[in-house]
Design a protein around this ligand. Structure first.
Ligand SMILES: *Cc1c(COP(=O)(O)O)cnc(C)c1O
Length: 403
């Protein structure tokens, strides 16, 4: 066999990038290397500072062949130079914040973003002497007004969790760069099948691999993707010293998931569009938000920036909190559970009052108005899975009809 030496398509990359037959056994599927340590020569350094890939492997927290395969595959999917994987999406986000920020710096974070990041930037990060501003990232003027000479990082999520509001990556990249700040994009909801933020000017891309890339709800993982110049120090400083590294077993599972990821995203999108249309037609449903529907407030941007509208949608009904009990008790196919991007459909209710109190401290009337436009008094977040669309619809219809 010869190494692939021509430019390949996205599906081929998902299957082959980072992998090759095992040189010893000729195994076609990658072996998992679970070893925590590797036999070295007598000249190998004991400090991670001196680690060079050319020397071979030393200790799995410093680097591991299975983790390396996954990192190569993810970098290829994002059309980026390098990637560093972590034990979870939050592990990746923490590493990125430690890598880019220090006391005296300022960062602008999406005012609606993954809840654990929001909560972390409400208290833990400011306690380290890093100033944080929360801004509606669909409002370019608000971002411009918030930039200061100390702003080192602009952090967006598109579509953002849980309200599915979009951010124009290209526009925000140029705003950030003009001010000398770096742009990080959490692209978990969009996935590289839809959007490749590095190509639109982002400096870092974050994924929770727990979601669509792994895709089967059986392995947590996270990744930071970026240029080699940024990733080499990030790897040394954060995965090595903070230690939140991924288990090689999870890396192997996630690689197995990624092999079918481009095909799964097509099926997620197809199902989600059918379910979204059904929900929009149901009299008990007040509002549906899905980037692929013309009724999404930013459908034009979605069409421009997303080659796949993904499988996530939200919908609103009267008395959502009460309805949530019916959904949790009566659904048969869809699991009432957090998380998303699995082959199984998952649904979860999020009341606005609770989220605005615990996670998202929206300061201005404009921010609240934007929240209400997308989330109303509360939303059901539905991660449309890969079951037959008809069955997902039947399951939802039975509960909605009874409300
Ligand atoms: C789930 C999620 C995360 C966190 O990932 P974990 O793997 O659960 O730590 C970060 N960002 C987004 C958008 C997510 O959906």
């Amino acid at each position: 066999m010869t190494k692939i030496n021509f430019p390949t398509g996205f599906q081929t990359k998902a299957i082959h990038a980072g992998e090759e037959p095992d040189p010893n056994s000729k195994a076609s599927t990658p072996n998992i290397v679970m070893s925590s340590t590797f036999v070295t020569d007598a000249d190998a350094g004991f400090s991670a500072e001196g680690v060079e890939e050319a020397r071979g492997w030393t200790y799995t927290r410093w680097g591991n062949p299975t983790l390396h395969q996954l990192e190569e595959k993810l970098a290829a999917l994002e059309n980026a130079e390098d990637a560093v994987v972590f034990a979870s999406g939050m592990g990746a986000i923490t590493a990125l914040l430690f890598h880019t920020l220090q006391a005296g710096d300022h960062a602008i974070i999406s005012d609606v973003a993954y809840a654990a990041l929001s909560e972390m930037t409400n208290d833990m990060i400011p306690k380290l002497g890093i100033a944080i501003s929360k801004v509606n990232m669909s409002d370019a003027d608000a971002i411009k007004k918030t930039l200061t000479p100390e702003t080192k990082l602009v952090y967006i999520e598109t579509p953002c969790n849980p309200i599915l509001r979009l951010t124009d990556i290209k526009e925000v990249a140029s705003i950030a760069h003009e001010a000398g700040a770096l742009l990080a994009v959490d692209s978990t909801f969009s996935t590289p099948a839809a959007t490749r933020p590095m190509e639109l000017g982002a400096d870092f891309v974050i994924h929770s691999l727990t979601k669509y890339l792994g895709g089967h709800g059986d392995a947590l993982g996270g990744v930071v993707v970026g240029s080699r110049v940024n990733m080499t120090p990030l790897r040394k400083k954060t995965s090595l010293r903070l230690g939140g590294i991924m288990s090689p077993f999870n890396a192997w599972l996630i690689m197995r998931g990624i092999a079918t990821f481009p095909l799964r995203m097509k099926a997620h999108e197809k199902n989600a569009l059918q379910v979204a249309r059904f929900l929009e037609s149901h009299p008990k449903v007040k509002r549906v938000i899905y980037p692929g529907l013309p009724s999404h407030p930013q459908h034009a941007l979605a069409k421009e920036q997303m080659n796949n509208f993904s499988g996530l949608l939200t919908f609103q009904v009267e008395n959502g909190k009460e309805a949530a009990h019916h959904f949790a008790n009566r659904l048969q196919v869809i699991h009432y559970a957090v998380s998303l991007g699995h082959h199984r459909s998952l649904i979860f209710y999020m009341p606005s009052a609770d989220l605005l109190e615990t996670s998202f401290k929206l300061a201005t009337e404009q921010q609240l108005e934007s929240w209400r436009l997308f989330a109303g008094k509360g939303l059901f977040r539905l991660s449309v899975g890969l079951e037959d669309a008809e069955d997902i619809i039947t399951d939802l219809k039975m509960v909605l009809d009874e409300l």
